[in-house]
Write a protein that binds this ligand. Sequence first.
Ligand code: NA7
Length: 292
Amino acid sequence: MRVAFLGLGIMGQAMATNLVKAGHEVTVWNRTPKPVEGAAVAQTPAAAAQGAEVVWLCVSDTDAVEQVVFGHDGVQASLAEDMIIADSSTISPSATLRFAERIAAKGAAWVDAPMTGSKIGARDGTLVFIVGGDEANVERLKPLFAAMGKKIFRMGETAKGQATKLVMNLQIALIFEGFAEALTLAAKLGVDPQQLVSLIEATMVRSGVVEYKAPFILQRDFTPNFPLRLMHKDIRLALEAAKEARVKLPGLQTVEEIYEMATEDGHQDLDYAATLTLLEKWAGVQVKGKAA
Ligand code: NA7
């Protein structure tokens, strides 16, 4: 398929590379110019989108998507009948609906396709896509999903993918916070964190989040797999969506304050697991595995 891929950050670069490898005709654009081997490079989003069947977006946030699509030299200038904009950025569900309406006027369609699987999933083509959009359009995108991921879950019409992604990250943030608080109190009470992790893994307390994060934490490796600033953005998006829907999320509200303080401490570009360091600072302990 002819695909324009816009946004070559940690995730986008690897996803565009996998589209090229699968034999698609890819043109890339990034705000800070960057090449992708085997892809043509365009100077603007509009130029990249010219003649494309699908425009795939993977940029930071709602404002970035708005700028790339509707801003100066944006995709809007090249919209065509039957073109699909697929958005893998995690952004606001209500803004997604507004964007979809604006491009529908030109006969184009919006499919929101945020994903999970982190940078390793993007590199290995094993992402899980959480999708919202018209069934026929999602079907048309299947060869592209197959090149970048291992599974897609269509959650409903446009914006349902974004809504679902937010509630998934809400859970990750809260589960991790539970783990981090447990580790901190355990350390303060003199319990060995490595042994605690082994116990967690042998009981119903276990979770994918703990399984993934524990090895990094025990080695005190906070290099970003999923940067704190992006998890913080998703927490804010979930709180915003909850406010719009008149839903109270007191647990997430508190966790948001922790991310706020972690950002004040300068941890925004580390992994979100670095929120642990704040709890440690308050408790005056450090969680250490044998290897650390
Ligand atoms: P990164 O690695 O932080 O990459 C962000 C990308 O977004 C990168 O290509 C940026 O371009 C681009 N960006 C940011 N702001 C803008 C604006 N205003 N206009 C155009 N392009 C912009 O994030 P990830 O790849 O890890 O994640 C991307 C999304 O997937 C995000 O929503 C996650 O939550 C999930 P730059 O290179 O800085 O010029």
